[in-house]
Design a protein around this ligand. Structure first.
Ligand SMILES: [Ca+2]
Ligand SMILES: [Ca+2]
Length: 247
């Protein structure tokens, strides 16, 4: 009698637990579905794969003081950027022009040569003050993300980083500013809302889609800077522009 009660009790709990487990599974499946990212066009998104160079220093750079306008330095792998499949680095080996056509060190071709190692011989050094480099993607394209390394042999902050996209090589018409961290307008191109950041081997990955997840269309990408926390010169190790040719 007692044993039968116990058994039916256990059976009852088994049903309850089994039911709960099924409910959890259904909830988890629903949650996973809800969390699956989709793009502006409703397509499935995948992590953007970026090959990082080897680190040249470790630990938090101590010589740069925290500020409300400076992103907090985090020495951890960054979360993946979810993008539509099939994006390519359209900047690779493409022609680079600059406000400083005769760099102090290196060549402009180094900006897009695929070499991201930050040691001597792998960066181009432009003159002091506000300077820009411009990449011609050679065709109109839908652009999703920009990954850049100014310099990563020591922790530095490059000032007034402003990035624009246009179909006009002179950047006079149809200019879209996709990044601007000139918080005090010292470069005179308008106050930027983005934060300054300390560079390391991970460089800076910038999602340039609009608030609805749509890419920016254009053929030319221009990147400004205005010196850095170690000197008033401007450097580039590599710039990658992820997108696909406009259809
Ligand atoms: Ca390079
Ligand atoms: Ca500034």
């Amino acid at each position: 009698m007692m044993s039968r009660t116990w058994r039916s009790g256990a059976l009852g709990w088994g049903v309850v637990l089994g039911g709960c487990w099924a409910a959890v599974c259904v909830w988890a499946a629903g949650y996973a579905r809800a969390e699956e990212p989709s793009g502006a066009a409703g397509e499935q998104l995948v992590p953007l794969e970026i090959k990082l160079p080897r680190p040249l220093f470790q630990g938090t750079p101590k010589h740069i003081k925290p500020a409300p306008t400076l992103e907090k330095y985090v020495d951890k792998p960054r979360p993946p950027l979810m993008v539509p499949p099939g994006l390519k680095n359209l900047a690779l080996k493409k022609k680079v022009t600059s406000s400083d056509s005769e760099p102090i060190v290196g060549e402009l071709t180094m900006v897009t040569d695929g070499d991201k190692e930050g040691s001597d011989g792998s960066f181009v050094e432009l003159g002091p003050g506000k300077q820009w480099v411009q990449i011609d993607l050679e065709q109109q394209a839908d652009l999703y993300a920009i990954q850049l390394w100014h310099y990563h042999a020591e922790g530095r902050v490059y000032q007034d980083v402003i990035i624009q996209v246009s179909d006009d090589p002179q950047f006079k018409t149809g200019v879209v500013t996709v990044f601007n961290n000139d918080f005090d307008n010292s470069s005179g191109m308008g106050v930027g809302k983005h934060l300054e950041y300390i560079e390391d081997y991970r460089g800076k990955l910038i999602d340039i889609r609009d608030e609805k997840g749509r890419p920016v269309r254009g053929r030319y990408v221009r990147l400004y800077s205005n010196g850095n926390t170690s000197n008033d010169l401007n450097h580039y190790v590599e710039v990658e522009v992820y997108g696909k040719p406009a259809s």
